[in-house]
Write a new protein. Structure first.
Length: 323
């Protein structure tokens, strides 16, 4: 026969009943920090119009690029000559900066890059071809480039160069980047945060304008949605559901309301968690060459455990209510 479990109301039970409020406050603080860390706010300084160069070189156009506190100065002549000055602070003082033209795509792979860094106390700039997401090859570019030089001043590095482009080109795909480390004269892979991943766009050679990467904002929104869904699911609803089952069921007056509240929280948490997990899978499929292994494994583990809990919960509650 089934019989309901009952416990006497004691001072100890009262203390237990007060715990959910504390847990909810802690969960709320955790969610606040999580959401604050997920939202990306652009904070780059807009300074290209006031930048001066030690060689007093002047350019027809300049633009503050949308990420990495960087800017580009350039002059394009009708014969296809493109003179540039790229300015950016490296991720660390011993790091590097890079500016590239990609003749074959809009991203990193295939880019013809100039990378500047300090070597034995002085600045140097070298040509690199970016073959894939994991390695770069120091090699002469397929594009003709001359007058390469680099400077460092006030925490910023500068790359100067002149490219010879086909006269019919009116726009080019540009990619820029900063890194934190140079080892044995080789730049070490850069960070994979949103500002780094979105450091690409177009350069209008005729109109004298730059364009941002059009897919960046969409990816940031999806990443924020992914984070918020998972914070609400795993960070709030699942813990609240567990708290309700742990503490409210000790009171006879809360039976069976506690069960429906618990089931509602857990079901909602699982549904929202599935949506967040699916969004994460979609983001991962679009991050070619970049993997967040630990983050992915945590997500798979949480989803698997939650699925097991949902499948076993009818048997668990049957065991609690029946001898």
């Amino acid at each position: 026969m089934c019989r309901s479990l009952s416990l006497r109301f004691t001072e100890e039970n009262l203390g237990d009943f007060a715990m959910p409020a504390l847990h909810l406050r802690l969960v709320g603080l955790l969610l606040g920090f999580s959401v604050a860390g997920l939202i990306v706010l652009p904070a780059e300084a807009q300074t290209c119009a006031t930048q001066k160069f030690s060689n007093n070189k002047l350019f027809q156009h300049c633009s503050d690029l949308p990420t990495l506190s960087s800017s580009l100065h350039w002059t394009h002549d009708a014969d296809g000559s493109l003179s540039i000055a790229f300015v950016a602070p490296p991720a660390k003082s011993e790091g590097w900066i890079s500016w590239a033209i990609n003749p074959t795509g809009s991203g990193m792979v295939g880019a013809q890059s100039l990378i500047a860094f300090k070597q034995t106390g002085s600045m140097t700039v070298r040509p690199y071809r970016l073959k894939d997401y994991q390695s770069v090859e120091q090699k002469n570019l397929t594009l003709e480039v001359s007058d390469m030089s680099a400077e460092s001043s006030g925490g910023q590095m500068m790359i100067f160069a002149t490219f010879r482009l086909p006269a019919i080109w009116t726009t080019v795909n540009q990619v820029w980047q900063v890194g934190s480390t140079v080892t044995d004269g080789r730049p070490v892979i850069h960070d994979t945060q949103a500002p780094n991943l979105n450091a690409k766009g177009t350069l209008d050679l005729v109109g004298g304008q730059t364009g941002a990467n059009t897919g960046g904002d969409s990816r940031i929104r999806k990443r924020n949605i992914h984070g918020i869904l998972n914070a609400v699911s795993w960070g709030i609803l699942f813990p609240v559901g567990a708290i309700l089952a742990r503490y409210l069921r000790t009171f006879e007056s809360a039976d069976p309301a506690w069960f429906y509240l618990h089931a509602g929280c857990q079901s909602s948490a699982y549904a929202i968690g599935v949506a967040g997990w699916a969004t994460g899978l979609q983001l991962g499929s679009k991050s070619k060459g970049i993997q967040y292994t630990t983050h992915r494994n945590i997500g798979i583990a949480l989803f698997s455990l939650a699925t097991v809990q949902v499948l076993l919960s009818p048997y668990i509650f049957a065991g609690l209510s029946c001898n």
